[in-house]
Design a protein around this ligand. Structure first.
Ligand code: 8YV
Length: 323
């Protein structure tokens, strides 16, 4: 029997590309540049499976193909707010993602950002590299203590829980949780965490707020100017979730007028474009969407896609089917 045809929209770790080629007839986007909407439409008409990732904007237009051949979008990544789920489902296309395998690394990066912004690590490194360090003094680059402070976690899924583990057991932080559904008390107890019912109840009580909820229309602009105003004037916002969850203009204003202490972002609304006002803020740490960027996580994500594909093409239910 002929192998199913699959398209990788970006380059993947070599070990996964090799393994994939054993069972599938694989086409690779050798240029490793994001596909255009028309290239994407062509792919939907041509391949049995398309393996997209966060840089593919798969809206209704991209799925508007009279004779779609693709039966599954096996996404490389846990977040899938770049896919119009309703439009894909209408065309009978299944969607899978890659949870679990990147939770620890993404939480590690959220911790990195939290520590960097609180301890002014970016400022320090820039000063040193610019040759401007004049030596130790008691008043130099004074930051904020992290240990023992209160951390608000928005979205208490797998990554949010890994963040709580690090913050509570590593840094003795008090953990408050906001989640759309009630969290099992046994899980909260692992981190001595308390769940609150609204963001309005969470934000004024936190020294740090870290976002771990999905993106998409439901959570677009969740952190707007009214909610930023509820944060303590010296509190920090960390976003490793999705750019659209934060209103970037409102955040830049809060940073410029010092109504919050600072922010640290790994994700942006219009990646790879950075809002010009954000680029001017000193009390902001920015990283280029690196949450899952470890060899271990990126390989495991690829193998997880492979598992989902194998299930799908042998008629079993893929374990990570989200639609
Ligand atoms: C990736 C992510 O950067 O999994 C996600 O949702 O944001 C990250 O793991 C990306 O989506 C896949 O490369």
């Amino acid at each position: 029997m002929a192998k199913p045809t699959v398209l990788l929209t970006r380059r993947w770790p070599a070990v996964v590309e090799q393994k994939l080629a054993e069972s599938y007839d694989v086409a690779t986007n050798r240029s490793d540049r994001p596909l255009s909407p028309s290239e994407f439409r062509e792919a939907i008409g041509k391949y049995d499976a398309v393996l997209p990732t966060v840089t593919d904007k798969i809206n209704a237009d991209a799925l508007d193909v009279p004779k779609a051949r693709t039966k599954i979008l096996a996404n490389y990544g846990v977040g899938f707010s770049h896919i119009d789920v309703t439009a894909a489902t209408r065309r009978g296309i299944a969607i899978t993602n890659t949870p679990d395998v990147l939770s620890e690394c993404t939480a590690d990066l959220a911790m990195t950002l939290m520590l960097m912004v609180a301890r002014r690590a970016g400022d320090g490194e820039r000063e040193l590299r610019a040759g401007d360090w004049s030596g130790w003094r008691p008043t130099h680059l004074i930051g904020t203590k992290v240990s023992g402070k209160t951390l608000g976690i928005v979205g208490f899924g797998r990554i949010g829980q890994q963040m709580a583990r690090r913050a509570h057991h590593g840094f003795g932080m008090e953990v408050l949780v906001y989640n759309r559904s009630p969290v099992d008390p046994g899980i909260l107890a692992q981190f001595n965490a308390r769940q609150v019912d609204t963001l309005e109840a969470l934000l004024p009580r936190c020294d740090f707020v870290s976002l771990h909820c999905p993106g998409g229309t439901e959570n677009r602009n969740m952190i707007n100017s009214a909610r930023l105003d509820l944060m303590k004037p010296d509190a920090f916002l960390i976003n490793t979730a999705r750019g659209e969850v934060v209103n970037e203009t409102a955040l830049a204003q809060a940073l410029m007028f010092d109504t919050i202490g600072g922010a640290a972002l790994d994700v942006f609304e219009a990646e790879p474009h950075v809002h010009p006002m954000l680029a001017q803020c000193d009390n902001l740490v920015m990283l280029p969407h690196m949450g899952s960027a470890t060899r271990e996580a990126r390989e495991a994500m690829g193998f997880r896609v492979l598992d989902n594909l194998n299930d799908f093409f042998t008629g079993a239910a893929p374990r990570d089917r989200v639609a």
